[in-house]
Ligand binder design. Sequence first.
Ligand code: KG4
Ligand code: ZN
Length: 335
Amino acid sequence: MPDAAPILVALETSCDETAVAVLRGEELLASEVASQIALHAAYGGVVPEVASRQHLRALRPVLTAAMHTAGLEIGAVDAFAATSGPGLASSLMIGACAAKGLAVALGKPFLAINHMEGHLLSPFFGTGIGVPPSVALIVSGGHTLLVEIEAFSRYRLLGQTQDDAAGEAFDKVGKLLGLPYPGGPNVDRLARTGDPTRHHFPRSMLDSGDFHFSFSGLKTAVRYLLPKLETPHLPDLCASFQEAVVDVLVEKTVRAANTTRRKIVAVSGGVSCNSRLREKMQQACTRHGLRLLLASPTLCTDNAAMIGYVAALKLARGETSPLTTDIDPNLRLAA
Ligand code: KG4
Ligand code: ZN
């Protein structure tokens, strides 16, 4: 990448992470994330007003830290990007207003970025292969989507959850089992020493003949089983629940790749940190002759580097957003 590549600052405040990234073209110079997990843990979930107030407090120091790591002054920045949706309205507003303010003050362009496009393309970041035709699974706390990528910015929604997102199921089951918030990483950790065949939980919609998902029945199955167990063995419960989620995600993703005849599978979002999902997805892709690209763990959960990557691709095509672009808590990725 030549030195003339534009310097980009990206802000991500869609939920409970205050994140700032600095890029030179597609090269990542800095990525800072201030997590609010500890702040929300006491409530067992994200409290929107607490989140937005914390974004306000954290954004400036996180931006300063990112610029320091990148070794740049704010005056060197060529464009400012921010997540404009989907997410919590009051949280989205903080990052979007800050990026617009900086863009106006410094007379630079602004780019509004879809958080889901950030997740979607994160497995390609740093690979040097661009955005190839592929099938992508996004599994986060708020979304579970199967998407066909034709090219950058050309996406077709193949299927999505009809109720809870995969991460939401992990978090709700974690709560049922008395694990700290968020449940996902804790269920993953306990499952490592558990027996995934100990309890049989439903593989919902596995044979529905489409690419949709459903995870709320699985959570209910765990809730009904718990009182029947004299001494619940948490590792076995976690491993059995996790196996049911992973089996459906892997099977439907591979079917989607085979149906669309795409040879590359890209998996992203917070749940793609899950060790069993990474392992079983890799085994299935190898078996079916598919190339698997997994977002690196620092890019799986919410971060601004993935927002900056999408912004860099847009900027390279001369695309910017008007300052009148509003946030949209329900912003969609594709029809
Ligand atoms: O992508 P993300 O950071 O935020 C959203 O945009 O939603 O995803 C957060 C979700 C949470 O539900 C969290 O429990 C889940 O990702 N998660 C995991 C793991 N790490 C994070 N779920 C299962 N196993 C993990 N190792
Ligand atoms: Zn996310």
